[in-house]
Write a protein that binds this ligand. Structure first.
Ligand code: ACM
Ligand code: ZN
Length: 743
C-alpha cells in the first residue's frame, strides 16, 4: 500500500479559524457597514410589527411573520395602526423618501426594537433578506437576533443571473424556486434565455408553430422520444409577477439572427434556404440563421417582440446576437442584394444592420436592447447595451464608446464551467472554482472613472447543455452565486475571501434546510496526476471551520470511518489520495482523487530567466539582461516575480510527447504570451491585454522537443496558464513531469 512517510507538524490554516463576534454575522452579500453592539432582540408573542399602510408593505411584513412563524410557531401581530404608546417589542418598517438609492436600506436592532428604513419596497425587501440571515436555520423556542446597525446599498445596479431553458427545459415551479434563490442573495435581474437552436420556450399567439413544433426536439439517443416544453403566456405573466414580488426584473432573451434553428424549424420561410429544418438536438453553432435580406423576417420578429414586450415590463430586451455564422448570408441572393442596397461592405455590417433595425423597433416601443458582445462587430447599434462574454474586451470597447455594459466574461462568470478537477459531473469545460468567482472585479482597470460608469454590473450565465435536472442546476449555481453576489453588491475594498468562506458555513446549513442543492467544496481543487518534489508540503482545505476531511490512500472511497485529516503531508513515495469534505449537517462533497508522483528534481522542470521592464508586447528577451535565472517545476509566476507589474519571464526546456498525434496548446495570460515548440510558434497571445485565451494546434510524433514560453506583464492583473490536450489527454495544465531540463 502506498503510504505517507512523514508528516510535518506545522501550524496550518487547515481550519479557517478566528471567530470574532462580528464574524458570527453571516450575511451574504456583506453589508457596506455593520456595527455590532451588546445584547439581543428576542421575538415573543408580544412582538408587534408596524408597517406602512399599503398592500406592498403588507406583503413585505408577511415575509417576516411567516419566517418567524416557521421557526418558532409564533403568530405576530402586523398593523399599520400605530399607537402612541410604543410596544415593548417592536419591528418597525419605515419608508423614508430621502433615500436616493431605491435599493439602499438601514437595519438597526436594539433589545426593544428592530427598525428597518428604506426609500421604498426594494430597500425594505433587502433589509428583510439581511434580517432573515440573522435568524438561526433551525426551529427554536428562542428567536434572538444580535443588536447591530447596518447601512447598506449595492455597488452595481445590474446584479444578474441567467438561465438557459432551451437546451434543457425547467418547469415554472423551479423557475420560481430559482427566483427565490436569487432574491436571497439580492440579485435583481433574471436573464431568461427563452429561445435557442434546441428549443423555443415561450408561447407566441401570432405564431403558434413556434411552440407546437419549435418547443420539441428528437432526442439524440432515443429518437422516438420528443424532448421539450414551453411556458404559456399565462405562466410567463405569473412568473413575471412572482419575480416582481421579489424585486427581480426579468430580462427575456429572444435570440437573433443566430441560435434560431427552433424558430426556423417552425417557420422555414424566414431562413435563407427555405429549409426544411429539425429543431436542434446537438450542441454547437448552427449555420442556418434568420435571412437578413427578407423584410418578412423582420415583421415576424417584430410581431414576436411585440408580444414579448407586452409580457415583460423590463427596460431591456435581450436580442442575443452571438455566434452568427455568415455562410448562409454569403450564399443568399436576398442577403447579398440587401448588402448592396444598404451599402454594407461585409456580412458583419449586415449583422449590424439586422440588430440596428430591430433596435429601432424596440426603441419605438420605449424599450432598449442588450446583446452579446458580437453586436459590436460591423458597428454597434446606437442605443444598445453590450453583454461582454468573450472576455472583457467587448465590454471595455463598449464602455469607451459610452454604451452601457454588463460584464459576464467566461473566465469568471460562466457557471457551466467545472468547479473542480476531479469527480465533477460532466460540464461544458473551463474551470471556474468558487475562489475564482469571488476574485472577479467587474470594472476593468483600463477604464477611467468616466468610462467605468458605463459598467452597469455583472452576471452569472447558466447554460444548460449539461444540466438536465433542477438539482444539477442548483449544484452549478451554488455556492458560486453567493460569491458573485458579493462581487456585485459589496464595496470592492471590503472583499475578503477567508471572511466570505467563513460566512458560507451558515449558508451551507441554510440552503440545506431550504432543500436547495449546492456543491460542497472538495478538500482540494486538484485532480489527476500531481507531481510533487520531495520536500513540498501538501495541504487540504475544509470549506468551513466546522467541516471535516476524511481520506484514504488505498483507492477506496472515503467515509467517516476513514482517516481524519489533521495536518499537511509531505510525500516521498507515489500515493493515490482520495479525500472528501463532510459538513456538520451530514452532507458530503464529491471525492477529490489525486495521484501524487514524485518529481525527479535533477531532470524534470524548466529553466527560467526573469526580467524587469515595461513593455507593450513581448520584448526581445535575448537582447536583455535577466535579473535572475533558475529552475522551476511549474510555471508559477508567484514563485518568480518580484513585483506585480512590469516584468517578463522566458521559460525554456523540453517537453516530452508520449504519443503521436495532434496536440492543442492553450495560453491564457494577462498580459501577453507566446508558446514555441521545436522553435516554431504554436500560440500567439501577445500584446497588452487582460486575461485572454489563445490556442494553437501542432502535430507531433512521440519524443522530446524544445519548449519555450515568453510572458510579460505590464500592469494590473497577472496570469499565465499553459494547458494542452491531445491523444488520451483531456485539456489540462501541463503537468510538471512533461517538462525536462535537457534533451
Ligand atoms: C454565449 O455564451 N454564446 C453568449
Ligand atoms: Zn438570406
Amino acid at each position: 500500500m502506498k503510504k505517507f512517510i512523514s508528516i510535518f507538524s506545522i501550524l496550518t490554516l487547515f481550519f479557517i479559524t478566528s471567530q470574532s463576534q462580528a464574524q458570527n454575522i453571516s450575511i451574504i452579500p456583506k453589508p457596506v457597514k455593520l456595527e455590532l453592539s451588546e445584547g439581543v432582540f428576542t421575538f415573543s408573542d408580544q412582538t408587534k410589527i408596524w408597517i406602512p399602510n399599503t398592500t406592498e408593505m403588507e406583503k413585505l411584513g408577511s415575509i417576516i411573520t411567516q419566517s418567524v412563524n416557521m421557526l418558532t410557531g409564533l403568530s405576530l401581530n402586523v398593523t399599520s395602526k400605530m399607537t402612541r404608546e410604543i410596544p415593548a417589542s417592536l419591528v418597525r418598517v419605515v419608508i423614508d423618501s430621502t433615500y436616493q438609492n431605491k435599493e439602499a436600506y438601514s437595519l438597526s436592532i436594539n433589545p426593544n426594537e428592530i427598525r428597518i428604513i428604506a426609500g421604498n419596497g426594494a430597500g425594505i425587501f433587502y433589509a428583510i433578506q439581511s434580517l432573515l440571515q440573522l435568524f438561526p436555520v433551525n426551529e427554536t423556542n428562542n428567536l434572538n437576533v444580535p443588536c447591530l446597525k447596518i447601512e447598506d446599498f449595492p455597488r452595481f445596479k445590474w446584479r444578474g443571473t441567467h438561465l438557459d431553458v432551451s437546451r434543457h427545459f425547467f418547469p415554472v415551479d423551479f423557475i420560481k424556486k430559482y427566483i427565490d434563490i436569487l432574491a436571497m442573495y439580492k440579485i435583481n435581474t433574471f436573464h431568461w434565455h427563452l429561445t435557442d437552436d434546441q428549443g423555443w420556450r415561450i408561447e407566441i399567439k401570432a405564431y403558434p408553430k413556434l411552440t407546437e413544433i419549435g418547443a420539441w426536439r428528437k432526442e439524440m439517443i432515443d429518437n422516438d422520444k420528443p424532448y421539450g416544453g414551453f411556458y404559456t403566456q399565462d405562466q410567463i405573466r405569473e412568473v413575471v409577477d412572482y419575480a416582481k414580488s421579489k424585486y427581480i426584473t426579468i430580462v427575456p432573451e429572444i435570440e437573433m439572427p443566430g441560435h434560431s434553428l427552433a424558430a426556423l424549424a417552425s417557420y422555414p420561410e424566414y431562413s435563407c434556404t427555405g429549409g426544411p429544418f429539425d429543431v436542434g438536438n446537438l450542441w454547437g453553432i448552427i449555420e442556418d440563421v434568420y435571412c437578413a435580406g427578407n423584410d418578412t423576417t423582420f415583421y415576424f420578429l417584430q410581431d414576436i417582440l411585440t408580444e414579448v414586450m407586452d409580457l415583460f415590463p423590463s427596460e431591456y430586451i435581450h436580442v442575443g446576437g452571438d455566434e452568427v455564422p455568415k455562410i448562409r448570408w454569403q450564399n443568399c441572393d436576398k442577403c447579398q442584394s440587401r448588402m448592396q442596397s444598404e451599402n454594407l461592405k461585409d456580412e458583419h455590417e449586415l449583422q449590424s444592420y439586422f440588430i440596428q433595425r430591430i433596435e429601432k423597433f424596440v426603441n419605438s416601443k420605449g424599450r432598449k436592447i442588450i446583446g452579446w458582445d458580437e453586436i459590436l462587430e460591423g458597428g454597434l447599434a446606437p442605443n444598445a447595451a453590450v453583454m461582454s462574454w468573450r472576455g472583457t474586451e467587448g465590454g471595455i470597447a463598449a464602455a469607451k464608446m459610452k454604451h452601457n455594459v454588463v460584464m459576464s466574461p467566461g473566465t469568471h462568470c460562466y457557471f457551466d464551467h467545472y468547479q473542480g478537477l476531479s469527480g465533477e459531473p460532466k460540464a461544458i469545460g473551463g474551470f471556474t472554482p468558487l475562489e475564482k468567482v469571488y476574485s472577479y472585479e467587474p470594472v476593468p482597470d483600463v477604464l477611467n472613472e468616466e468610462e467605468a460608469k458605463y459598467i452597469m454590473g455583472a452576471q452569472a450565465n447558466m447554460w444548460s447543455e449539461y444540466y438536465e435536472t433542477t438539482t444539477h442546476v442548483e449544484y452549478m449555481l451554488l455556492p458560486r452565486l453567493c460569491a458573485l453576489s458579493e462581487v456585485i453588491w459589496s464595496p470592492r475594498e471590503s472583499k475578503n475571501i477567508n471572511d466570505f468562506l467563513n460566512r458560507m458555513s451558515y449558508h451551507y446549513d441554510l440552503l440545506a434546510v431550504k432543500n436547495i442543492n449546492y456543491r460542497i467544496p472538495t478538500p482540494t481543487n486538484l485532480g489527476g496526476e500531481y507531481l510533487i518534489n520531495e520536500s513540498e508540503v501538501f495541504q487540504l482545505n475544509g470549506p468551513t471551520s466546522n467541516s471535516k476531511i476524511f481520506y484514504t490512500l488505498d483507492g477506496s472511497e472515503p467515509t467517516t470511518n476513514s482517516s481524519l485529516y489533521s495536518e499537511p503531508f509531505v510525500f516521498d513515495k507515489p500515493a493515490l489520495l482520495k479525500a472528501k469534505t463532510f459538513l456538520p449537517n451530514g452532507k458530503n462533497s464529491i471525492t477529490s482523487t489525486v495521484q501524487f508522483s514524485i518529481i525527479d528534481t535533477t531532470e524534470n522542470g524548466l529553466y527560467y530567466k526573469y526580467y524587469e521592464g515595461e513593455w507593450d508586447s513581448i520584448p526581445k528577451f535575448w537582447e536583455l539582461r535577466p535579473e535572475r535565472k533558475g529552475k522551476i517545476y511549474k510555471m508559477n509566476l508567484n514563485e518568480i516575480k518580484n513585483s506585480d507589474d512590469n516584468f517578463g519571464i522566458d521559460f525554456y526546456g523540453f517537453i516530452e510527447i508520449e504519443e503521436d498525434g495532434v496536440y492543442t496548446f492553450y495560453l491564457t495570460s494577462d498580459d501577453g504570451s507566446n508558446l514555441y515548440i521545436d522553435n516554431k510558434i504554436v500560440v500567439n497571445n501577445d500584446g497588452q491585454h487582460s486575461n485572454q485565451e489563445a490556442s494553437g494546434k501542432i502535430e507531433l510524433d512521440s519524443g522530446r522537443y524544445p519548449f519555450r514560453v515568453f510572458y510579460f506583464e505590464k500592469r494590473g492583473g497577472q496570469n499565465l496558464t499553459v494547458e494542452f490536450e491531445g491523444p488520451g489527454i483531456t485539456r489540462q495544465t501541463i503537468p510538471a513531469g512533461y517538462f525536462f531540463l535537457s534533451n
